[in-house]
Design a binder for this molecule. Structure first.
Ligand code: 5CA
Ligand code: ZN
Length: 410
């Protein structure tokens, strides 16, 4: 599937110490220790509606991961999926009378536009569930060979306990797991399952639903195995970061990790499981199913500068849950204007210590709000006009672009 175009990323003087990142599995902030090529998989959208601020916050957070790694001298292999066949898409198709493929193509195109406008560096591999079906079928056959799959009617389930480490990503007790599984698309109560938490890896064709012919029969993939197949095909085992919003820690990342660990006999699937907090609006987590949404495209069409939208997102630590407000966007617009005026001056105070402080905040589990404060202080000082270094404004602008993805100069 086509991704979007790669924006220029300036390189900066000085050195970064790399990235420490919170890992859900261990509950600690630990150094990421990628090799020359850092490998990251971030779960992509289910394209049945437009990109909202919650999606944008999550993808901007992982864009900062990529930017900090690039600044630390790594090549980054970033992979993302598009869940372009799943129940919510089919439900939306029935509700609107549109073909599910038309909806998926249209919303994926809009997502690319939104990501491009927000200056998000695209994934190197951008893969859809539909185009990955042959690969999913091979992995499911492999799980069958390993004795980790059984049938319920003509659907296939993965025995999550085939992985002795099942449960060590989200660290929930069984009652919590069952409750969250039921809430997030799982089917703990289906009769015939050997364990309530076992998850669907292949769904036999249902009347009036799309299905594909594979050696497993006529049907479509389960959700978790889609991401595992794409990640293993492109990145292989033991990726540096598996990312997504915190609503994916369980069941999605837990079950995906177990599928991959049983498939390969290796551990861990990912060195870090990183999760962005949930963005709320009108008192609830923004969600397509609830319909309480603020869309990136709508704000863009109203004339809001995407750099300000990005700054509004970066004003919150990526792991916190927070609520979108118009006030937050206004504040970001004022901050953007302040920064633009500051870098437009012919000279400024030395940029090197500012860059060092911003780097340090970002290296420390991406403390973006603190990084913004450092730049605010430099920009305020600019108003006094005392700085004499003619290189400083340009360097600060390049830093904002490279590390935060906020472009200040046209
Ligand atoms: N296609 C699957 C992942 S394989 C999926 O969860 N799609 S999604 O469209 O529902 O969400 C896309 C990404 O946005 C996921 O990482 C999800 O965790 C994140 N996300 C969804 N809602 C919010 C929200 N309100 N705040 C922050 N992130 C969110
Ligand atoms: Zn996923």
């Amino acid at each position: 599937m086509d991704s979007w175009s790669v924006p220029p990323v300036p390189s900066l003087p000085g050195v970064s110490r790399g990235l420490d990142l919170y890992d859900t599995a261990t509950g600690t902030v630990r150094p990421t220790e990628p090799g020359p090529v850092a490998r990251m998989y971030v779960c992509g959208i289910t394209p049945y509606d437009a990109t909202h601020m919650g999606h944008a916050a999550t993808y901007v957070a992982f864009d900062i991961v990529q930017r900090v790694w690039l600044d630390a001298g790594h090549d980054v292999h970033y992979v993302q999926n598009v869940t372009d066949i799943d129940d919510p898409l089919l439900e939306r198709a029935v509700a609107t009378g549109q073909d599910w493929r038309v909806i998926a193509d249209r919303e994926t195109a809009l997502f690319r536009e939104d990501m491009s406008a927000l200056n998000v560096i695209p994934p190197r591999d951008y893969l859809g569930a539909v185009e990955s079906i042959p690969s999913v079928a091979r992995y499911v056959e492999d799980l069958q060979v390993k004795g980790a799959v059984y049938a319920v009617d003509d659907d296939l389930y993965f025995s999550v306990h085939a992985d002795p480490r099942f449960g060590t990503v989200a660290n929930l007790d069984e009652a919590q797991m069952i409750a969250e599984f039921a809430e997030r698309g799982g089917d703990p109560d289906r009769p015939g399952k050997r364990h309530p938490l076992d998850c669907l890896v292949w769904q036999d064709a249902r009347p009036d639903e799309p299905a594909w012919d594979t050696p497993l029969g006529h049907g479509r993939p389960g959700w978790h195995i889609e991401c595992v197949a794409i990640a293993l095909d492109t990145l292989g085992m033991t990726i540096d970061v598996q990312g997504g919003g915190s609503d994916l820690a369980f069941p999605h990342h837990e079950m995906g990790a177990s599928e991959a660990q049983v498939l390969t006999g290796e551990w861990p699937y990912a060195r870090h499981y990183a999760h962005a907090g949930m963005v709320a609006w009108q008192g609830h987590k923004m969600s397509k199913s609830r319909g309480n949404l603020v869309f990136v495209s709508q704000l863009r069409h109203e004339g809001h500068d995407p750099a300000a939208i990005r700054l509004a997102l970066l004003a919150h630590h990526y792991r916190s849950n927070w609520a979108w407000t118009e006030h937050g966007l206004t504040g970001a617009e004022e901050r953007l204007a302040l920064w633009q005026r500051a870098v437009a001056r012919p000279a400024g105070t030395d940029a090197a210590p500012v860059i060092a402080r911003v780097r340090e905040h970002l290296s420390n589990d991406m403390q973006c709000p603190s990084a913004l404060d450092v730049i605010d202080a430099w920009a305020m000082e600019q108003q006094s006009g005392t700085g004499t270094d003619p290189q400083a404004p340009g360097l600060i602008a390049e830093m904002c672009d490279a590390l935060l993805g906020v472009r200040l100069l046209p």
